[in-house]
Design a protein around this ligand. Structure first.
Ligand code: AHR
Length: 492
């Protein structure tokens, strides 16, 4: 039997803007993310434009990622950018330390910039603090952004790009509490200041991103910010990492493991983001605004190990968790960007490839369906809903809602998720009298373990709902395990 919920959306109660960069992503030299997923060189069977895989570009253009972080991850602090420029035949082969695989350097800065241009995304580069130098990082900025007649700017032109790339987002190291050098926060803070001074000195519109904590080391951020007192103007964002789902299998999981992900893990992210938002807000009190970025997040299941190149399947569980997570992110005014890990063939991927074949995942569909939220103004909403709970009794609302009004006021967009695995929900929706439904879509499934495979690539995909999905009396049925989006236009 269907349960009942009421949802009130208040389009006139406008809150903060949902930063488009919350829908960013992350691609690392790891497993088959870059090599095979993006770069195929002159592979005889995979269509490519000068080495960059065409079907990947086409798929990613559909989700229009606002920003893409590269080259890592742990790989970033093992990467020397000069290895990846110039004639490809002369580039050195190295050992990718953390992911135990060869690094051919066929895909480097200029290839990444071309990939970003092809998919219409803004680059975010992470510099090497763990095994690199201040000079190397500063030179990378010069190579990418300089407009002057310098040797590095001329080298960029010789490599095919006379115009500067104008890269805005620069990360200073990655996980420097772990793979990025096993540093103490105080030591990293001083190194950070040194790197940031020389990067900032290059001028231009540049945002500097510091390595922040994960929930297991909450003191990292306090100690980092405390050490930098008096130098906090060097920090634009603190970037935290949160992975979820450890121990569970990608497709062979229990209902309770699902509930733990959409209840406990979303709640855990919410609390950690709130904590770091508070700390950065206090630090901003010294006169320079510091925001929070979640530049690695997503599911990490037990199939994803170093030997498998962190490959895992992606089911409707991933999609439901992603939708619930975005609803949470929308509420965080001081969260400026998130970058799910990772775009292709690694962890919670948007796209999976097998040789020349490519499929998109249920998570891909959430990114695509939620596009209208980006850059919109969050509006107040309230929900009265039955609850779902874990075996231990922790609970949350079965129905999760987020609504935004586009900047020009011409569209109200609401996403409604029914997280319940078994009960459909009859929702009484009140969005006020000034809006009428323009279109509705749904991503649903027969089983939360449903996923796309190379044999059944469209097993999970969104469908358009008929115009009367929202009945004249304002009621709407939400099937169990489903994500519904409603787009409204103003009544003339
Ligand atoms: O995304 C996989 C790895 O997870 C990244 O390289 C690292 O930053 C994190 O530990």
């Amino acid at each position: 039997m269907a349960s009942k919920a009421t949802v009130r959306v208040h389009p006139d109660v406008r809150l903060h803007t949902v930063n488009a960069n919350l829908y960013g992503h992350f691609a690392e030299h790891l497993g088959r993310c870059i090599y095979e997923g993006v770069w195929v060189g002159d592979h005889p069977k995979i269509a490519a434009d000068d080495g960059i895989r065409r079907d990947t570009v086409e798929a990613l253009r559909a989700v229009a990622l606002p920003v893409l972080r590269w080259p890592g991850g742990c790989f970033a602090d093992n990467y020397h950018w000069r290895d990846g420029i110039g004639p490809r035949a002369q580039r050195p082969r190295r050992h990718n330390l953390w992911w135990n695989q060869p690094e051919t350097n066929q895909f480097g800065t200029d290839e990444f910039m071309r990939f970003c241009a092809l998919i219409g995304t803004e680059p975010y580069l992470c510099t090497n603090v763990g095994s690199g130098t201040v000079q190397e990082a500063s030179d990378w900025v010069e190579y990418c952004n300089s407009t002057q007649n310098t040797t590095l700017a001329r080298l960029r032109a010789e490599n095919g790009h006379a115009a500067p790339y104008n890269v805005r987002y620069w990360g200073i190291g990655n996980e420097n509490w772990g793979c990025g050098g096993n540093m103490r926060p105080e030591y990293y803070a001083d190194l950070y200041a040194q790197f940031a001074t020389y990067l900032r000195g290059r001028g231009g519109d540049m945002k500097l991103i510091a390595c922040g904590s994960h929930p297991g080391i909450p003191q990292w951020d306090e100690r980092f910010l405390e050490t930098l007192k008096g130098r906090l103007g060097l920090v634009d964002y603190v970037a935290i990492h949160i992975y979820s789902g450890h121990g569970s299998s990608d497709t062979d999981f229990t209902d309770d493991e699902y509930y733990r992900l959409v209840i406990d893990a979303v709640d855990g992210m919410d609390r950690h983001i709130r904590r770091v938002s508070g700390l950065t807000q206090t630090a901003s009190g010294y006169g320079h605004e510091i925001g929070v970025i979640l530049d690695e997040w997503g599911t990490w299941f037990r199939e994803a190990t170093t030997p498998t190149g962190l490959y895992q399947q992606n089911t409707m569980r991933d999609a439901l968790w992603t939708a619930a997570s975005f609803h949470c992110f929308h509420r965080h005014e001081r969260l400026f960007m998130t970058n799910m890990a990772q775009t292709i063939n690694v962890l919670q991927a948007l796209v999976l490839t097998r040789g020349p074949e490519l499929i998109v995942t249920p998570t891909f569909h959430v990114y695509e369906m939620f596009k209208p939220h980006r850059g919109g103004r969050l509006v107040a909403s309230s929900v009265t809903s039955p609850s779902i709970s874990t075996a231990e009794g922790r609970s949350t609302d079965a129905v999760s809602v987020s609504a935004t009004v586009s900047e020009d006021g011409a569209r109200l967009f609401a996403s409604l998720v029914n997280l319940d695995l078994s009960a459909a929900c009859e929702v009484a929706l009140d969005a006020g009298a000034d809006w009428r439904l323009r279109q509705a879509r749904r991503l649903g499934c027969a089983d939360v373990r449903d996923h796309n495979t190379f044999e059944a690539p469209k097993a999970v995909q969104p469908e358009a709902l008929p115009a009367d999905a929202l009945r004249p009396d304002g009621t709407l049925s939400l099937p169990a395990r489903s994500i519904t989006t409603l787009e409204f236009e103003p009544v003339d």
